[in-house]
Design a protein around this ligand. Structure first.
Ligand SMILES: Nc1nc2c([nH]c(=O)n2[C@@H]2O[C@H](COP(=O)(O)OP(=O)(O)OP(=O)(O)O)[C@@H](O)[C@H]2O)c(=O)[nH]1
Length: 140
């Protein structure tokens, strides 16, 4: 099958913002793309929409309850053998303390630190959009 015909795998991810910073998490050994940094989230399951997926994944991965603030532009990226559509949401923490259940690290990044981690390739356009829209997100 040519790559044009691959149905993308929908993956929701959360740009968790707090104190003028966004949270990045590091994929653990054993996960695909181990060692890369990403936004927490995961695959949209049958019967749920991307927003429901996001709320579920953030509870599962970080033990946080989050609320949605805004959407960003989805990023479609071809990894070997799979095409993903990464669907980003800007969120804030409603309750809970971060508990890393799956990732091996987490870091809060300010506007000028956004490119200091080695992002999963699909995340790069999203990080660029976050940087471009930073003042919009942080002054509202
Ligand atoms: N959650 C999340 N996944 C991302 C991001 N960027 C990115 O390329 N991905 C990819 O999206 C796919 C689905 O994410 P996932 O969190 O459910 O990954 P997983 O370990 O369950 O996937 P697997 O079952 O294929 O090993 C993975 O291939 C992951 O590498 C991101 O920012 N957040």
């Amino acid at each position: 099958m040519s790559s044009e015909n691959i149905t993308p795998l929908a993956v929701s991810c959360a740009l968790i913002v707090q104190n003028q910073q966004v949270l990045a998490v590091k994929r653990s050994v054993g996960m695909d793309l181990a060692g890369y940094w990403e936004f927490p989230g995961g695959k949209v399951e049958t019967g749920e929409n991307p927003e429901q997926c996001l709320i579920r994944e953030i509870k599962e991965e970080l033990d946080l309850i989050v609320e949605l603030i805004s959407d960003l532009t989805p990023s479609v990226f071809d990894y070997p053998g799979k095409r993903i559509q990464l669907i980003p949401f800007l969120v804030r923490i409603k309750s809970g303390e971060i508990l890393l259940k799956e990732h091996e690290g987490a870091v809060w990044l300010g506007e000028n630190e956004l490119f200091e981690v080695n992002w999963a390739p699909a995340d790069i356009p999203i990080v660029r959009e976050l940087k471009l829209r930073w003042s919009e997100f942080f002054t509202n």
